[in-house]
Design a binder for this molecule. Structure first.
Ligand code: NAP
Length: 334
């Protein structure tokens, strides 16, 4: 990998793609060139990057000649369609979609957790699901402290997790609701304004959703803990950005809450916001646009042996998607 790679961003006009450009710029990623790619609908449009405008090109099989790293966030179908074109051009695909995450020879990487896995790639590295990323950042220092046996999580996921159009629908439905107009429901299974929807992605035969399944299998893969028992309930809430999670953790042996607190406070990528008596705990409204995974409401769960509960919030467009992908690219350059 050259020290100053050519980087393509596929899906550059989307919620994640736009954030990728911001993250590349803010972190001064050493790209010799950044190429903006999206569908034919966007060809010729301009997107801002580093004080200038990039002209969007249509994503095509020949887009990757001379490109070293392709950051993909254009949906699973598009990633599958272009995998061969990317890899055969000698380019490394860092893919935000769910297309390849559970393939054995595709590393699934959160740089705070399993950075070395990056180098085991065969042309494709997968970015985990946004809800999984922030949870494993918080679980990793705890699993190092004492082996985790079981995790039960309920998520409160922002509208922007479903893309730019979904975030727009939350704005528009809220206006429609407040003005007494008929609501336009297009992006979600039900109205999202002033509502909570306990369905993200499709339902599976066992009654769980695919989003919930992803949190189970991806957590085990990233933490290299195939025996870990994980149970998730994923809910879409009328928040613009930042996913929140109520996470209950059962350890194999007793842990001291002070040690848990110390482990989290010293962990890479985590900020503790935990002073509930003074109203200090993480909340989406205060954390939009931030990079850390925030943990608060830390407490012992007396209802099970060796268990604690915590509240975990992160901006899923940043740590859950764009930032994590750029961090993977930075690992590749090391
Ligand atoms: P989005 O806002 O709907 O953006 C989709 C992007 O994909 C747009 O740039 C769109 O280009 C492009 N695209 C769609 N069809 C295309 C095609 N046939 N050829 C080329 N480009 C095409 O969606 P998003 O939220 O950014 O999500 C993108 C991907 O990231 C999805 O796989 C999603 O699961 C994943 N992801 C999202 C989040 C999140 O928080 N949103 C987090 C983690 C992972 P046009 O503008 O030209 O249509």
């Amino acid at each position: 990998m050259p020290g100053r790679p050519v980087v393509a961003v596929a899906g550059v006009t989307g919620a994640v793609g736009r954030e990728m450009l911001r993250v590349l710029e803010e972190r001064a990623f050493p790209a010799s060139e950044v190429i903006a790619l999206a569908s034919s609908r966007s060809a010729g449009k301009q997107v801002p990057f580093a004080g200038r405008e990039l002209v969007v090109r249509e994503l095509a099989p020949d887009s990757f000649a001379g490109v070293d790293i392709a950051l993909f966030s254009a949906g699973a179908g598009v990633s599958k369609q272009f995998r061969e074109s990317v890899v055969s051009a000698g380019c490394v695909m860092i893919d935000n979609s769910s297309a390849f995450r559970m393939e054995d020879d595709v590393p699934l990487v959160v740089p705070e957790v399993n950075p070395r896995d990056v180098h085991r790639h065969n042309g494709v590295i997968a970015n985990p699901n946004c809800s999984t990323i922030q949870m494993v950042v918080a679980l990793k220092p705890l699993h190092d402290l004492a082996p985790i046996e079981r995790v039960v999580v309920a998520t409160y996921q922002a509208a922007s997790g479903a893309g730019a159009a979904a975030m727009q629908e939350l704005y528009e439905q809220t206006e429609e609701f407040l003005s007494g107009s008929e609501l336009t429901v297009d992006q979600f299974a039900h109205r999202i304004a002033f509502n909570c929807i306990p369905q993200i992605d499709v339902f599976l035969d066992d009654g769980s959703t695919k989003e919930e399944w992803k949190m189970v299998v991806e957590t085990r893969k990233i933490l290299a803990a195939p025996e870990m028992r994980v149970h998730a309930t994923c809910v879409r809430v009328p928040v613009l950005r930042c996913h929140s999670e109520a996470v209950n953790v059962e350890f194999a042996s007793p842990v001291d809450l002070a040690d848990v607190r110390r482990a989290l406070a010293g962990a890479q990528g985590i900020e503790l916001l935990d002073d509930p008596a003074n109203g200090v705990y993480p909340m989406p409204a205060m954390l939009e646009g931030t990079d850390a995974t925030y943990v608060g409401r830390l407490r012992v769960d007396e209802s099970a042996p060796h268990a604690i509960s915590m509240w975990v919030v992160a901006d899923q467009l940043r740590k859950g998607a764009a930032l994590n992908a750029v961090q993977i690219a930075e690992e590749l350059l090391k």
